[in-house]
Write a protein that binds this ligand. Structure first.
Ligand code: ADP
Ligand code: MG
Length: 755
């Protein structure tokens, strides 16, 4: 559902709620207002009725009282005309007296043991009645017969006289009479004259309460009926009398005092009692015989307590209300439709801008950045449009930047890749566990394996004797150190050993954790060979130089030999001692020649336990022969036990030949060379060669070991460099101490041989 639809539905919903509320409030308040008005009306009716009742009641009493008084006068007058014994009186006589004194009839009553009975009457039907069941009438009769004041509340009591309220004639229930009773003890009967009260009641009916009620009901259209209840008797079983076989209501103990009671409801009694007890108006609605009515029960207090009920037509009011409400609903429905249409149109208008923005955002979402919306309104939508525009611009910019940097990255990557692939060093990356992840082209050239062959596998280029060393190196790398230019040997795919210089470094991830190891291997086999060549050429040069001295050396014994041989030629024989001497000289020559040969022989590397003392001594023999005009004396001092070392005898000979030659050359005026052979604290072998030559200054000392540095005319400047290399390959070290003009000490330390 679109926002437009939602918005218009939402607004319509709000309008609908407001209208519904409005109708409901109107309905409820009108109803309540009407009920209140009805109550008001009922109350004012009640007031009128109350006042009228009081008045008519008083009037009625007055009439009754005056009728009562005249009945007493009539009774006294009648007694004048009648004997005191009833037995002497006839009914006809009573009829005549009645006519004479102006009452309708006269009845005579006699008190018997348990009853009061009518014994004579001008009306034959009234004779022989028993008053015993007549309630307060009987009480009043008894009071009269006993000559006491009448204590009955009802009726009118005068001296020796009592007049009952209007009542039916016992002899004829269709008649309502006013009765008077007189007894003063002068007779043996109670005289009872009476009048027909129908005309009085008719008057009361015409001008009294009922007339008013009818009038009120006629005047107020909505008032259906008005009823006066006596809360004392209403709802109780009616007090009935059976008079001459006919059931009659006792007029003064009726539940309904006046008015009609057609709209009867079961709850009326409760409401009547409620209103009477609380002395306040009770209003209720009910449905009686299909008519909706509103009943107000109003307590009235006068000579008697009444509850007045005013019944109004609620149904017609409801009908009216419902009609009004229907009208309201129809109007509201129309309003609602108008609101819906209006809100739909309005929201469409408002959302037009939003739709524009939406379509622009869609374009941006499709990747076309830089689009601009042309909305210049100052509201939130205008602001949104501006934001979308700036977002679009920024995105455009960012995309451009990303493109540029990705291009840069690509070229850098390409550059790096070509660098890695075209470098002459083998580069391979392996996991911490040694599985190869990547290898470059040079790797294949150096080691012989293609990248595919080694991928995800451990590399098998470690010679057995290098494994311990490699484990140590890898440990260092995994602890975060880098190894640079570590010279060692490795195997190629074909099983050849090559000299390599390794640079091993850790590769870390974003969290600085070491995830891989990069190894750069440089093939230094050629360099090693060059070094070896240098070593050899140096040696040859030493040998060459030594050869001159050697030639000189062997010339002396040869001269001796020649003398002996000549002596033998001239004498024909030679003595034993001469022959021994000749043999000694020959051995000497042989020894010198063989040592020279050993030195000049190309190396066949064969490592073995070597006794340095033997090496040193063989070299001193060679040098001894160098003694010319300025004799050189060589002294060897040694500890009792010196350690054997593990090494290549020829290479070690080359070292000491070099060092001794340097020492000799430093002493052009001759002197002593001291050779000390000792063992260090750590059990290493220490050979110290000290001369008393020219020595070296600071500058010269600094340049020692530099290839081709020499201070001699025929020097090579390679001797010390070669010595250094050889000692290093034997895991030893060499140090020089020198003082210009005083001499030089060279110290060589070699690790001991361990079997
Ligand atoms: P070369 O002997 O061919 O000159 P070396 O490498 O043996 O080459 O020696 C280099 C230089 O070191 C020598 O030329 C010399 O100046 C100096 N040197 C070496 N040994 C001694 C020494 N015992 N006393 C003084 N100088 C020395
Ligand atoms: Mg030298």
């Amino acid at each position: 559902m679109s926002i437009k639809m939602k918005l218009s539905l939402f607004i319509s919903l709000i309008v609908a709620v407001i209208l519904t509320l409005n109708i409901s409030i109107y309905y409820i308040s009108s109803k309540n207002e009407w009920i209140a008005a009805s109550e008001q009306q009922a109350s004012s009716i009640a007031k009128q009725i109350g006042a009228t009742i009081d008045m008519s009641e008083q009037a009625k009493m007055k009439v009754e009282d005056s009728v009562g008084s005249s009945l007493r006068a009539s009774a006294v007058a009648a007694l004048e005309l009648l004997p005191s014994n009833y037995e002497e009186i006839t009914n006809e006589q009573l009829d005549a007296v009645s006519d004479r004194i102006g009452v309708d009839d006269i009845t005579l009553w006699v008190q018997e043991e348990e009853d009061i009975i009518s014994v004579r009457s001008s009306e034959p039907d009234e004779i022989g009645l028993s008053a015993k069941t007549w309630g307060y009438w009987y009480d009043a009769f008894s009071n009269l017969f006993n000559l006491e004041p009448v204590s009955v509340r009802e009726g009118l009591a005068l001296t020796n006289f009592w007049s009952g309220p209007y009542n039916f004639a016992t002899s004829d229930p269709s008649k309502i009479n006013k009765w008077g009773y007189y007894y003063d003890g002068s007779t043996n009967y109670m005289i009872n004259p009476y009048l027909n009260a129908q005309s009085l009641l008719s008057f009361e009916q015409m001008a009294g309460t009922n007339a008013l009620l009818n009038q009120l009901v006629d005047q107020n259209d909505n008032v259906l009926e008005i009823t006066g209840f006596n809360p004392e008797f209403f709802g109780k079983d009616p007090i009935l009398r059976i008079k001459r076989g006919v059931i009659v209501h006792n007029l003064d103990v009726r539940g309904i005092m006046f008015g009609e009671y057609t709209y009867q409801n079961d709850y009326d009694l409760a409401h009547i009692l409620d209103a009477s007890d609380q002395q306040q108006v009770v209003t209720t609605t009910a449905s009686v015989n299909g008519t909706d009515v509103l009943k107000s029960f109003i307590p009235l207090s006068g000579s008697t307590d009444y509850v007045l009920s005013v019944t109004t037509d609620y149904g017609s009011v409801l009908h009216l209300l419902n009609r009004q409400m229907l009208l309201h609903v129809v109007i509201s429905a129309i309003l609602l439709v108008v609101a819906m249409v209006a809100s739909y149109v309005t929201s469409g208008f408002l959302l037009r801008t939003l739709n524009q923005i939406l379509s622009s955002v869609n374009t941006i979402a499709k990747g076309q950045f830089g689009q601009h919306i042309h909305i210049h309104s100052k509201d939130e939508l205008g602001e949104l449009a501006a934001r979308v525009n700036s977002m679009s611009t920024s995105l455009n910019l960012y995309v451009q930047q990303i493109k540029e940097s990705s291009e840069e990255l690509r070229s850098t990557k390409q550059y790096l890749e070509s660098f890695i692939n075209h470098t002459s060093d083998a580069i391979h990356v392996s996991t911490r566990d040694g599985l190869v992840m990547q290898a470059n082209q040079a790797f294949e050239e150096i080691y012989g394996w293609t990248a595919e062959e080694v991928l995800d596998r451990p590399l098998e280029n470690l010679p057995l004797e290098q494994q311990e060393e490699y484990r140590e190196l890898l440990g260092q790398v995994l602890r975060g150190h880098s190894i640079t230019d570590h010279e060692t040997v490795r195997l190629t795919k074909s099983g050849d050993t090559i000299d390599v210089s390794l640079t091993i470094s850790p590769i870390r991830d974003e969290q600085e954790a070491i995830v891989a190891v990069a190894t750069i291997s440089r093939n230094i086999t050629d360099r090693k060979q060059t070094e070896e060549m240098l070593r050899r050429s140096e040696k040859l040069s030493v040998v060459g130089q030594l050869a001159a001295g050697v030639a000189h050396e062997i010339r002396n014994p040869l001269t001796t030999l020649r003398g002996f041989v000549q002596l033998h030629k001239t004498k024909g024989k030679i003595g034993e001692d001469h022959l021994d001497l000749m043999l000694t000289e020959l051995d000497h020559i042989n020894y010198i020649a063989s040592e020279l040969l050993v030195l000049s022989k190309p190396h066949l590397l064969s490592y073995q336990p070597v006794n340095i003392e033997e090496i040193v001594r063989s070299m001193t023999v060679l040098l001894d022969s160098q003694n010319g005009d300025h004799p050189i004396h060589i002294r060897v001092e040694k500890d009792v036990v010196i350690p054997l070392v593990y090494g290549e005898p020829n290479q070690l000979k080359q070292v000491f030949a070099n060092l001794l030659k340097n020492a000799v050359e430093a002493m052009p005026q001759g002197g002593t060379i001291d050779i000390e052979l000792t063992s260090t604290d750590k059990g290493e072998l220490c050979a110290r060669i000290t001369d008393q030559g020219i020595g070296m200054n600071e500058d010269q000392l600094e340049r020692i070991g530099e290839p081709f540095y020499t201070s001699k005319e025929s020097g090579t400047g390679l001797g010390l460099m070669v010595c250094q290399q050889i000692i290093t390959t034997h895991n030893g070290r060499m140090t020089l101490h020198s003082q210009e003009g005083r001499g030089t000490t060279v110290e060589v330390i070699l690790p001991p041989y361990q079997s």
